[in-house]
Design a protein. Structure first.
Length: 498
């Protein structure tokens, strides 16, 4: 193969997004709380940005003559720093804006000392009432271990065992005991490790530090169970058969009756297969709706953007004056011009977010009006492309607009993505959402004869009777997603023998 070096000219067509467009898309994707954080960050970095503070808790103290979100002058909305013509037009527009502003502009929104003290008190109360961090699984076990009078060597190994337990894994011991001992350990050390494990397994919750499901359940069996021996037999030898509802096979191998096996199985349900999971911290996100849905007298829904806590931004009067002040240095002017551009982009991006999010949400609500009126069983198939075509934007804009956004409706606070569902067509050509099919599937299974439950093929036939033509693999997929067992697992053997 011949290799050579030389210069070549190639023509390529690439697409690059302007910084202003990138910022606009980023702002659109933010939910209300994230937008507030972004604004705070921008204000810390840009001294030209100022905000109109309105305290919703004290509306009487707000200045009624203060400019609202939409009262920026046309000069301010269209201001773009021009670097090519000595900024003459910019200076003229800035001078006009300065003359239009009231002399007390900055003072009208300044918080009083009492108001700032009230805010500090509210933050203090919030911190004082915050939920304390719950005790972890490891701390709970170590506390019990510290109260026991055992050999120091056994206690040290027990502490190592406890350190490996994870509440997210149910508190099982996944590490072999030999791996918890130093290299070159003796059979005596391994015996001490077994004793240490026995100590840990004697702690609460029962079943902790088990190495298998059967060991976990066996540690929880106490003399209070009326079928202690039968429970032990089923746990030690027939757990898989129980999980698959193969009760006749268990009866054949053990000689137990079907009724006895079902009774024992019901008692087994009292046991906890993941005893350590109760110490797992559950994160519940603080959902704040970005959109409020209101219904007028005609029954039509109107969306309202809930951005009252998003401050109205404007460009500082002081820096406007400094830009056209002859005493300002060239470096100072360049700095102010750059910050003005940055401030303008942010203000315009927030306004664009408000407009786009309102239009997208309104289009979604109008399409899913039946869902809001009657419930999830009548939700209609909806794709983001349909909303994009209706609003007149790109589908990626719709995706960013609904991402991590919530809407407060008469049916509760819902994510905007909840309104987008796939679907199929009935034999009559009518579009049906998958949510509707899943609800019908659940209804069929709830009403089936448990002595002879519907197979997936039978469910396909029953759905077809209602006009929903669905493939068997689709039924199987949604049945599993809904956590519904197979027909064999749903079968009630005590009814089958009658």
């Amino acid at each position: 193969m011949r290799m050579s070096m030389g210069l070549q000219a190639r023509q390529l067509q690439t697409q690059k997004l302007a910084p202003r467009m990138i910022q606009s898309m980023e702002i659109l994707q933010l939910h209300a709380l994230a937008l507030q954080e972004r604004i705070e960050q921008e204000m810390n970095e840009n001294p030209l940005l100022e905000q109109q503070d309105v305290d919703p808790l004290a509306p009487d103290e707000a200045n009624t003559e203060a400019p609202t979100k939409d009262t920026r002058s046309e000069n301010e909305k269209e201001l773009v720093v021009d670097n090519d013509h000595d900024n003459k037009e910019d200076f003229e527009r800035l001078q006009n804006m300065v003359s239009e502003l009231p002399n007390t502009f900055d003072e009208s929104f300044r918080r009083s000392a009492n108001r700032m003290q009230e805010d500090a008190d509210r933050r203090h109360d919030l911190m004082a009432n915050a939920v304390s961090r719950p005790e972890s699984l490891n701390d709970f076990l170590l506390h019990q271990l510290s109260e026991m009078d055992i050999d120091d060597r056994i206690e040290q190994i027990a502490e190592r065992i406890i350190s490996t337990l994870d509440a997210r894994d149910g508190g099982y011991l996944r590490t072999p005991l030999a791996d918890l001992l130093p290299a070159g350990h003796t059979p005596e050390d391994l015996e001490l490790a077994e004793q240490a494990l026995a100590v840990v397994q004697s702690l609460e919750p029962a079943g902790i530090a088990a190495r298998s499901l059967s060991e976990c359940l066996l540690k929880q069996i106490k003399g209070s169970f009326s079928h202690h021996d039968e429970m032990r037999t089923l746990i030690e030898s027939h757990l898989e058969d129980l999980a698959e509802n193969r009760l006749p096979q268990i009866a054949k191998k053990t000689g137990y009756s079907i009724d006895l096996i079902q009774t024992v199985r019901d008692e087994l349900h009292v046991l906890n297969p993941k005893p350590g999971a109760m110490f797992m911290e559950t994160y519940v996100p603080n959902v704040t709706p970005d959109i409020i849905l209101e219904q007028d007298d005609n029954g039509d829904y109107q969306v309202k953007l809930d951005d009252d806590r998003v401050p109205t931004l404007f460009i500082s009067e002081y820096y406007r004056k400094r830009l056209q002040d002859p005493s300002s240095t060239p470096a100072e002017r360049e700095f102010i011009k750059g910050k003005i551009n940055s401030a303008q982009w942010l203000i315009d991006s927030i306004e664009q977010r408000r407009s786009t999010l309102t239009k997208v949400a309104q289009a979604i609500v109008e399409h899913q009006k039946r869902f809001l009126d009657e419930g999830p069983e009548v939700i209609e198939p909806l794709k983001m492309q349909q909303i994009a075509d209706k609003v007149g934007v790109h589908v990626t804009t719709v995706s960013r607009a609904v991402d991590d956004k919530w809407i407060q409706t008469p049916r509760g606070i819902l994510p905007l993505k909840r309104f987008f569902v796939g679907g199929t067509q009935t034999d009559d050509g009518e579009d049906v959402a998958w949510d509707t099919i899943r609800l019908k599937l659940q209804e069929l299974i709830d009403k089936e004869d448990k002595s002879d439950p519907y197979s997936d093929e039978k469910l396909v036939e029953e759905l077809k009777k209602t006009g929903m033509a669905v493939a068997r693999r689709t039924v199987t997929k949604y049945r599993k997603r809904m956590g519904i067992p197979s027909s064999r697992q749903r079968r009630d053997w005590s009814l089958s023998k009658k």
